[in-house]
Design a protein around this ligand. Structure first.
Ligand code: PA5
Length: 433
């Protein structure tokens, strides 16, 4: 089984990242890495995510056992959560969905990440006809969106299966000792999983927050953790930036900011990776966007967005860094069929795999954007499978921890998110808010 880790190609990132600039920045990057590993500096109390790849304990065994049971009992698991409490699970589920659906087992649906009434009505109606369970995930246990979704689902389950029947279909992932969801789950006797107190939402995908729903869907949590552990080890052991691609990526992003660039666009040619980019946006946006700093993280889905945003990328304001997310060994997919009439003029592509055409498109776009003045890097994901995805998650988590520290911010808090939550409580008239 393949054990390749992610890699990064910076050939199209010059002159942003020439050797002189990299050499000058390297001591600061390595020192930020060393502080992180020594658990020093801003946010040191939220570094529990560094322990997750090596963690396999009784709760992990319970996750696997409960997931195996549910895989034989239900057709749908509704994952209720917002931000860091759902984006990681959704990212990996959507990336692997084709394979997971082929292997059978429950599908995942996601709820509680918005407040649109029509969408909720449609989903609740669809769920009436499903044999489903709910995994409600909230670290604080008080976030409005998932709390509303969960109350709606709880009512539907209790109406259908009675209180005890509903309780057997509800699993709560929350703080071990505090919060409304913790109290509710304890009072109702729901099975509970823990959001570690020292792990922030956007760094929690490798904790029960992500591992449980993903295990229900058929993802192998051990392989995911193994990929993350291997990536983390490379980060820990690196003696120079070139030894760990996440250090190079952190340096590139910092140099981009120094050069006056304002936006990083993550570009993938795989719609199945759309939600990976959503997860990435939260990770980088919430970690770096403080004290009026940080690159604004945006994402595009190519080739679709080449026909909408491509013009801007090629020729708009030069404030962009672009990072391509490439898959080195994608599923081959169909071959282009030969057509004796060739009325569409496509026979020059006959017998070529679609995946090859997609890969060639990436190179063509990266060259064009580089020529147009958008420095770009390519992060290579070896394959869309658990080990490589675990490596990718840890690659981004370690990179943003270093790049945030280089900016002088605390990459592990999110005071801006809390401000919005408080305001929402106030306008809704929550008692005590
Ligand atoms: O990263 C974060 O901390 C946030 O995005 C949270 O994950 C999000 O606000 C949900 O919070 P909670 O899990 O407390 O419901």
């Amino acid at each position: 089984m393949n054990q390749d880790l992610v890699s990064i190609d910076l050939d199209r990132a010059s002159p942003l990242i020439d050797a002189g600039r990299l050499d000058a920045l390297a001591p600061r990057v390595l020192s930020a890495r060393d502080d992180l590993l020594a658990r020093r500096g801003p946010g040191a109390e939220f570094l529990g995510w560094l322990d997750l790849p090596g963690r396999w304990d009784d709760e992990s065994e319970r996750i696997v056992a409960t997931a195996a049971r549910l895989r034989t009992e239900i057709d749908t698991l509704v994952v209720v959560g917002i931000g860091g409490s759902y984006l990681g699970a959704r990212a990996l589920y959507e990336a692997l969905r084709f394979r997971l659906r082929q292997s059978g087992g429950p599908r995942l649906l996601f709820m509680g990440h918005h407040l649109e009434a029509a969408a909720y009505a449609e989903l609740l109606e669809e769920l009436e006809g499903c044999d489903y369970a709910v995994n409600v995930i909230s670290k604080s246990g008080t976030t409005t969106e998932p709390a509303i979704a969960f109350r709606l689902l709880r009512r539907q389950l209790e109406d259908r299966f009675g209180r005890e029947g509903a309780a057997r279909r509800i699993l709560a992932t929350t703080d071990a000792a505090r919060g409304a969801l913790h109290e509710l789950a304890a009072a109702k006797g729901y099975e509970r999983f823990t959001v570690p107190g020292d792990v922030g939402g956007r760094f929690s995908v490798l904790s029960p927050v992500g591992l449980f729903p993903l295990a229900v869907a058929g993802v192998d949590p051990r392989r995911l953790l193994a990929g993350a552990a291997a990536e983390l080890e490379r980060f820990q052991r690196a003696r120079a930036l070139r030894d760990a691609p996440s250090l190079l990526y952190a340096a590139l992003r910092h140099l981009a900011g120094d050069a006056g660039l304002a936006i990083e666009v993550l570009a993938s040619f795989h719609p199945s990776l759309h939600h990976l980019a959503e997860w990435w946006k939260q990770l980088f946006g919430e970690s770096e966007g403080k004290d009026h700093q940080g690159l604004f993280p945006a994402s595009v889905d190519y080739t679709t967005d080449l026909h909408s945003l491509g013009q801007y990328l090629q020729d708009g304001r030069r404030i962009l860094l672009e990072t391509f997310l490439a898959v080195d060994r994608p599923a081959a997919g169909p071959l282009i069929p030969e057509d004796p009439d060739d009325l569409d003029g496509l026979d020059y592509l006959a017998h070529r795999p679609l995946a090859e055409i997609n890969a060639l498109a990436l190179g063509a776009v990266a060259d064009a954007h580089c020529d147009g003045g958008v420095p770009n890097a390519t992060v290579h994901l070896p394959e869309v499978e658990e080990f490589a995805l675990g490596s990718l998650l840890m690659f981004f988590e370690t990179a943003v921890s270093v790049s945030g520290r280089l900016l002088g911010v605390n990459p592990f808090d999110q005071p801006g998110v809390e401000a919005y939550k408080r305001n929402l409580f106030r306008v809704l008239g929550k008692p005590g808010a």
